[in-house]
Design a binder for this molecule. Sequence first.
Ligand code: GDP
Ligand code: MG
Length: 297
Amino acid sequence: LQGYVGFANLPNQVHRKSVKKGFHFTVMIVGESGLGKSTLVNTLFGTTLYPHKNDAEPSDETPATVEIQSLSADIEENGVKLRLTVVDTPGFGDFVNNEESWKPILENIEARFDAYLEQENRVNRRKMVDNRVHACIYFIAPTGHSLKPLDIEFMRRLHTKVNLIPVIAKSDTLTEDEIKQFKQRILDDIAQHKILIYQAPQYEYDDHETVAENREIISKIPFAIVGSDKEVELSDGRRVRGRKYPWGVIEVDNEEHNDFVKLRQMLIRTHMEELKEYTNDVLYENYRSEKLVTMGV
Ligand code: GDP
Ligand code: MG
């Protein structure tokens, strides 16, 4: 089951819809350097989208602004194909003055809305390509304190444009108690600053199991995650993805150890369609109507 993603197990109805439309999912990852963004992406999708960094050759180029890098992979599972695009944003928060770190990211998201709008206005809409960002995973440094001004600013600027999914990076560096308290403080900050993070809808007609599963996923937000694309050996000889410490191994795919599995479930299995629909029906629609108003249409 290593590296197994799970989208091939989507509920039938959703599945059929998606297969017909073609799975195309775009996720953006944002957070300060070194928080494990590239590692998580490799861990999440069981595929290396990123060329591994060559430690012997550190890059001496320092870009003057946040870069936007788009990488795609086609992954296939039980005959179901998913075109996955990951938009990485290296450089975010790395500068002496990070006041406008959010700006190139917002511009990128809006440019993707514009490209979609342009296609909608064409006479022939048959070959529409949806490159809009369907989810933005925002990495919070595992300080154990509260959100930084940089985090708050980013989320406030972006929350009406993209589905924000906050995660606590490198949660293996915090104790269970610290994580619990940190999560609460983050949620308090988010509420206090009136930030909208992605809220999964609950449907009354869903069966008990689905409702319970969704509730369980939502209760873990902000997901405390651990990423590792390396396998380590447990004392019983099993090999798992994880991080090794003198006192033991933190397993990436063990729900007792961290929320990685829940994040993946939400993104790829339970909420992929929802994230796409909310992007289209609410975020994009608001953008589109505001744009039409400013253009005087
Ligand atoms: P990025 O700059 O955000 O893309 O971060 P990278 O994915 O390049 O990771 C930076 C460093 O942190 C690497 O040495 C990773 O092995 C390490 N790292 C990544 N994820 C985790 C994690 O969950 N826990 C710990 N302790 N280290 C991690
Ligand atoms: Mg990186």
